[in-house]
Design a protein around this ligand. Structure first.
Ligand code: SF4
Length: 363
């Protein structure tokens, strides 16, 4: 696998046009200077774009028409077209299919959690690519082809669409973001990093770094690159197997990056950021869910700052990958816990609208 070559091929020319939704306040200030506008206009524009999520120049009431006109000549606010919207029967999951100006389509999911006394949670699962080259054999996204990298504006706009959806359903807005939708974030790290900073900005959605998690299927150099950000962004590693042999069979990335170096990178991430690592483990019947595999995983992660997220696989997933039985998952969890490992069982969400893990695709 030639990661660098793939990365270069995944960008698209149309993204070189100015997309204001993906620009930092500093970049907007530079632009205002170039077009002869005062610096404070950049802060006003940033607020409209990142906090209010406006989609038309007319809505920016404190920015003069002449300034909007100059900006419109040079670039685009950037708002994707919502092609379809689906809401689960339980009204706790919303999935949208978005289309970008070059016709590429992606899916984004919003999951809502009412928490009684504590703060409600509204989590968006964003896509970072319109397909995926990583070829994990259990994943539906892998079947749609390689697609391309999404720009910063394309990532940010997914969350802004869902901010409005969350508000429509009675929530204050988005509280958490997980980079676990379509694509491998590690192949689009520059735009992932820029979007994290925009979401975190106090004039934007002001979402704490600790409330955002970036996942990777195990691209080791990207984990070191993320550690160098030195922010408390969550890191999730898709493990799905307790040994290299099985991992290589179901995740081609494991042929390049072995478990030993992957766990070393995770350790480095923990030491640099203080953030515990989440290991995602989707449970497939008869493939990775035996008691001996639970013991192997327990030994592998014992003593490490790890949270294992057991994900019951979905019936609508890739062919040949059936969900584990409930008793099997319970036993697996019990064995892992006996090694002193913290284990969470992910609540299946949005299965009735194909919005669960590994079910996203462009349609
Ligand atoms: S699981 Fe993630 S990395 Fe693997 S093919 Fe699917 S989208 Fe790509």
């Amino acid at each position: 696998m030639q990661i660098e070559k793939e990365k270069q091929q995944l960008n698209n020319d149309y993204q070189n046009l100015l997309q204001y939704r993906g620009m930092t306040e500093e970049e907007l200030k530079k632009l205002m200077k170039e077009i002869g506008e005062p610096q404070f206009r950049a802060s006003q524009l940033f607020l409209w774009l990142q906090n209010k999520g406006v989609e038309n120049w007319d809505e920016m009431r404190n920015i003069p028409h002449s300034c909007c006109q100059k900006l419109a000549e040079r670039g685009d606010i950037f708002a994707p077209k919502v092609i379809t919207r689906q809401e689960s029967a339980a009204h706790d999951t919303v999935k949208v299919l978005l289309e970008f100006p070059d016709g590429e389509r992606i899916e984004t999911v919003l999951m809502l959690y009412h928490r009684g006394e504590s703060r409600d949670r509204a989590t968006v699962c964003v896509s970072t690519q319109s397909g995926c080259v990583m070829g994990c054999s259990f994943c539906v996204t892998a079947t749609v082809g390689k697609g391309r990298n999404l720009s910063t504006a394309e990532i940010v706009s997914q969350v802004l669409v869902m901010e409005k959806e969350a508000q429509k359903l009675g929530f204050d807005g988005v509280t958490n973001i997980v980079y676990m939708g379509m694509g491998e974030p590690a192949l689009n790290l520059e735009n992932v990093w820029k979007s994290l900073q925009l979401f975190n900005h106090e004039k934007g959605l002001n979402i704490g770094m600790r409330r955002m998690t970036v996942s990777t299927c195990g691209i080791v150099p990207a984990i070191y690159e993320m550690a160098a950000w030195n922010k408390q962004v969550g890191l999730a590693i898709s493990l799905h197997a307790p040994d290299d042999a099985l991992r290589e069979k179901i995740m081609p990335v494991a042929r390049k990056y072995k478990l030993k170096e992957l766990l070393e990178a995770a350790e480095h991430y923990y030491k640099t950021t203080g953030q515990e690592i989440t290991y995602e483990y989707a449970m497939f019947r008869g493939i990775n869910d035996s008691q001996s595999q639970a013991h192997a995983l327990g030994k592998l992660l014992s003593g490490k700052p790890a949270l294992v997220n057991l994900i019951p696989a979905n019936l609508g997933g890739a062919a040949g990958f059936l969900p584990s039985l409930v008793e099997t998952i319970t036993d697996f969890k019990r064995i892992l816990t006996s090694y002193g490992i913290e284990v969470a069982l992910r609540e299946p969400r949005g299965v009735d609208i194909d919005a669960a893990c590994g079910q996203l695709r462009r349609r």
